[in-house]
Design a protein around this ligand. Structure first.
Ligand SMILES: Cc1cc2nc3c(=O)[nH]c(=O)nc-3n(C[C@H](O)[C@H](O)[C@H](O)COP(=O)(O)OP(=O)(O)OC[C@H]3O[C@@H](n4cnc5c(N)ncnc54)[C@H](O)[C@@H]3O)c2cc1C
Length: 444
């Protein structure tokens, strides 16, 4: 009892790309040695790496192979997991408040609780930002969680089954999917959907003509797809999407989402049965000025180069919810570290090392974002991206098999941080062996 009371309490809130890697890394070191008590809080019981959500949405992912159970992970890696949604922070008392956790039927599983800390790490991720666009909340789907992705998948499969059973001609919006936002998420979802909708139809829904009836459109306010990446990459991606049959609308600002489609600011209406909002990023609203911490309009928490928050050295913020300066961005003009999985991965490693330094009284080191480029998967069709780095002297466009290997390696790095080399190597081998025997698209 006295031993537990004297141990340094590290509390991590958010078990995503950054937070779960951090909890695992600290658990395997400080937790295992008994030097500190590591606790992870998340609002869900299981973790799925967010860049895989479009694969769940399109039905091409085998959930059992990629979902991590927090309680089991905590058991194997010497940290504690507590479920619940963080709602408030008391910096004076060093406490985080967590709402009651309810099951699917609305029964209370855990009550409203408070967790104390000596060091707090906020790793709460981000949400899409609809900028108050009318109709988005009521009529558009989002891709922010596993539940969102599964909801989209069920709607898509049901739409195909419904169209197949229908005796009257299809309505203009039927089997049309409009994806708003042609960043990496929108582009990847469009390419993945093109393939999987055809595979769903091939499961005996022969009265639907995939090429004629199914349409995927991508709507982007900027004048090109992937506006945050180099123009050459946008051109190559747009050409690949065109070959796939995805209809791309650029310089198209959405004025309103309606029950049967999207109205653009220029007056055009694009009929669509399913609308996905995949544009913009912000942190959760409850983080705005939370407990007096410095936040931006996007609700992201401003951090120092050490990743400690500007107004409280006992609180760190990492990943999408953190606003971390990146002086080298925009050709040296400066900007913020982008909300990417590679940033969350790097920051988790950095904060793990800084917490270890903190416990031994050593001064903390600054974090520097290393941009390895961006990769966008166009399903089985192709992968495109740019590679950054001193070795190649700037940005190099890559495409095809090499880009695919690089894309997969980002996820492998996450898996390695969670499970170690042996398990990842054996799982990868098992997946390669069983791949041929599994159907590609799942109708769960
Ligand atoms: C569809 C999609 C595709 C993407 N593709 C790529 C890609 O190809 N490459 C890339 O680099 N990046 C990609 N990203 C971005 C990448 O997923 C994020 O940058 C990354 O996941 C951020 O990591 P994080 O740890 O900050 O947050 P997350 O991974 O989002 O984790 C946040 C965690 O916090 C939990 N949480 C949130 N609020 C609360 C609360 N109040 N209380 C308790 N728990 C809470 C959530 O349940 C979640 O587990 C993609 C994102 C999406 C949505």
């Amino acid at each position: 009892m006295s031993d537990t009371a004297s141990r340094h309490r590290v509390l991590i809130v958010g078990g995503g790309a950054g937070g779960l890697e951090l909890a695992t890394g600290l658990g395997d070191t400080l937790g295992k040695r008994g030097t500190a008590e590591i606790t992870l809080i998340d609002q869900n019981r299981t973790h799925v790496w967010k860049p895989k959500l479009h694969e769940i949405a399109s039905g091409s992912m085998d959930m059992s192979a990629h979902e991590v159970d927090y309680l089991a992970q905590a058991h194997w890696h010497h940290f504690r997991f507590r479920i619940g949604e963080m709602t408030a922070l008391d910096r004076e008392r060093r406490e985080v408040r967590v709402a009651p956790y309810l099951d699917d039927e609305g029964r209370e599983v855990t009550p409203d609780r408070v967790f104390g800390y000596d060091t707090l790490v906020l790793a709460l991720g981000s949400l899409s930002n609809d900028f108050g666009t009318p109709g988005v909340a009521a009529h558009a789907l989002k891709l922010e969680s596993k539940a969102d992705a599964q909801r989209f998948h069920a709607r898509m499969v049901n739409a195909c089954i419904h169209a197949h059973a229908q005796t009257t001609p299809l309505r203009p919006e039927q089997l049309h999917v409009a994806i708003i936002g042609a960043g990496a998420t929108g582009v990847e979802l469009a390419a993945e959907l093109h393939r999987t909708t055809r595979e769903v139809v091939a499961f005996g829904l022969d009265r639907v003509d995939a090429d004629k009836d199914i349409q995927v459109s991508l709507i982007e306010a900027a004048d090109r797809v992937l506006p945050a990446l180099p123009p050459r990459l946008s051109e190559a991606t747009q050409e690949l999407l065109r070959k796939l049959g995805v209809v791309v609308h650029t310089s198209a600002k959405v004025a309103e989402v309606r029950p049967a489609g999207v109205r653009l600011e220029d007056g055009r209406t694009l009929p669509a049965e399913l609308v996905v909002w995949a544009a913009g990023v912000k942190a959760a609203d409850f983080l705005k000025d939370i407990a007096g911490l410095e936040t931006l309009r996007s609700n992201q928490i401003v951090v120092r180069p050490t990743l400690q928050t500007t107004r409280d050295e006992n609180i760190f913020a990492i990943g999408d919810c953190a606003a971390c300066a990146w002086p080298e961005a925009n050709g040296g003009k400066g900007g913020l570290v982008p909300p990417r999985a590679q940033a969350a991965h790097q920051q988790a490693s950095h904060v793990a090392a800084q917490i270890r330094r903190r416990l031994t009284g050593k001064p903390l080191k600054d974090y520097r974002y290393r941009d390895f480029g961006s990769l966008v998967s166009l399903g089985e069709f192709s992968t495109v991206g740019n590679m950054m780095g001193g070795l190649i002297g700037g940005s190099l466009m890559i495409e095809g098999a090499f880009a695919r290997v690089m894309y997969v390696s980002l996820y492998k790095m996450h898996e390695l941080a969670l499970h170690g080399f042996l398990k990842v190597a054996l799982d990868t081998l098992a997946r390669l062996i069983t791949r041929r025997t599994e159907p590609h698209v799942k109708l769960h």
